[in-house]
Design a protein around this ligand. Structure first.
Ligand SMILES: NC(=O)c1ccc[n+]([C@@H]2O[C@H](COP(=O)([O-])OP(=O)(O)OC[C@H]3O[C@@H](n4cnc5c(N)ncnc54)[C@H](O)[C@@H]3O)[C@@H](O)[C@H]2O)c1
Length: 405
């Protein structure tokens, strides 16, 4: 297949591009490198040293003889160029990762909220409009998030996209399936909820073939392909805005920083290892909906864990200390989370679950590059409201860590 990977310079996009190229697909990356600019804005860098995207593609060619093509384009602002590029490439499938993906970044200031909404909503809508206009019948696979559903305890499993409801009509009760209601907990999650509506409309109105993957928090760093050469290494975000919970615990353990649990740590979240993430995308590509079918939605996660349990697990493994800090987010202190992922299991996914070996691998990587870490960027300081901002912890070295209780 000829596959366009939008956002292919990012944390999940890059290993996906390598995985698909390794399977023999022709891969074209589109990216505006905004994520690298955001690193500059925040004064941080990937824990792992990342080469330029052109250099990464060159090394991949040197290692495998396969080419990955790169195109610099802003999906959200360069609509005409996007149409020309799609008309030129005519992909069989498009994988859409190209959005601003950090909830804390999206909540930093009003400017960050506006940027996130403009970038993500326009990126998705430009892509949909361009596919219709160019008449390209590509299977669109989008990376959404489990976070669109919010994290209040429902007591029932979250289904894969659609909820069975009964509506009372004058003729009696009628069964229907509706999009599972969203309850976004940040501006970022709100944009992913809006994406869902855009997909529903274009699938129904124009017959676009769309799969939306509601992904859990990705952990780990290496995949089989990024391990092949030092310069194919994946990016690794450790900072308070872009670093995600389990990966952050692992780097904190590696540099002797307390594991920063926000609130009681009673938040339950869905997780998936990066190797499974790329495998799921491969599986979703093989299972495209037909034109006229509703959007296919998968829960792309393999397990759920309570944050404090993860912190305790990492602490046990590494000897690190756990620090309970005030929560910068507005969210339930404790929640249950039960998620269905039957569709990927039926397609043959064999989940990689939290294994000590893989956790230790991340700690090893973090230790190797520990000299690149700016400890003052480790705490999460982006607060969800002005009131919460007053109690957020700014102390980088954790010497005066405040307790929630
Ligand atoms: N990392 C996770 O834990 C996680 C969890 C759930 C869902 N997701 C989703 O998966 C996708 C990829 O996540 P990631 O962790 O690789 O993020 P990332 O920020 O590392 O990668 C996103 C890439 O998209 C590019 N991009 C952003 N806006 C663009 C635009 N307007 N035009 C062109 N390129 C643009 C960025 O430069 C970056 O390279 C995101 O959509 C994210 O919401 C990620």
């Amino acid at each position: 297949m000829r596959i366009a990977v939008l956002g292919g310079d990012g944390f999940v996009g890059w290993p996906t591009a390598l995985h698909l190229s390794n399977l023999g697909h022709e891969v074209h990356i589109l990216d505006n490198l905004s994520r690298r600019w955001i690193d500059t804005e925040l004064g941080v860098q990937s824990l792992t040293p990342m080469d330029s995207i052109q250099e990464r593609c060159r090394i991949w060619h040197q290692e495998t003889g396969r080419r990955i093509h790169f195109h610099l384009l802003n999906l959200a602002t360069e609509y005409e160029r996007l149409k020309s590029w799609l008309s030129e490439i005519r992909p069989d499938a498009v994988i859409h990762f190209a959005e601003q993906r950090a909830a804390p970044y999206s909540m930093k200031t009003d400017r960050h909220k506006v940027y996130t909404v403009n970038n993500n909503t326009n990126a998705t809508h430009n892509l949909l409009a361009a596919l219709v206009e160019t008449g390209i019948d590509a299977h669109l696979v989008h990376l959404g998030t489990m976070g669109v559903y919010g994290y209040s305890s429902v007591g029932a499993p979250i289904p894969e996209g659609y909820l069975d409801v009964q509506i009372d009509t004058p003729a009696g009760p009628r069964q229907q399936q509706i999009l599972y209601p969203t309850r976004p907990g940040s501006v970022y999650h709100m944009t992913k909820s809006l994406d869902q509506i855009l997909f529903q409309f274009y699938a129904q109105n124009d017959g676009l073939r769309i799969t939306d993957l509601h992904q859990g928090i990705v952990w780990g760093t290496h995949t089989d392909q990024t391990r092949r050469h030092e310069q194919l290494i994946n990016r690794f975000d450790y900072d308070g805005d872009y670093g995600t919970v389990l990966n952050r615990f692992l780097i904190q353990a590696a540099i002797g920083y307390p594991l920063t649990v926000h609130g009681t740590g009673g938040q339950t979240r869905a997780f998936i290892h990066i190797q499974d993430s790329v495998r799921c995308i491969e599986l979703a590509l093989q299972d495209a909906p037909a034109a006229g079918e509703r959007v296919r939605i998968f829960n792309q996660m393999t397990e759920t864990h309570r944050v404090r349990d993860l912190a305790e697990l990492v602490a046990r493994l590494t000897g690190a200390e756990v620090a309970y800090l005030p929560n910068p987010r507005k969210e339930a202190e404790e929640n249950d989370l039960i998620v269905k992922n039957d569709q990927f299991l039926a397609l043959g996914l064999q989940p990689i679950t939290l294994a000590e070996g893989l956790l230790s691998e991340v700690v090893e990587v973090a230790r190797k590059y520990a000299h690149r870490i700016d400890r003052s960027r480790v705490p999460a300081v982006s607060a969800w409201t002005r009131d919460i901002a007053k109690r957020v912890e700014h102390d980088p070295e954790g010497r005066r860590l405040r307790s929630v209780s």
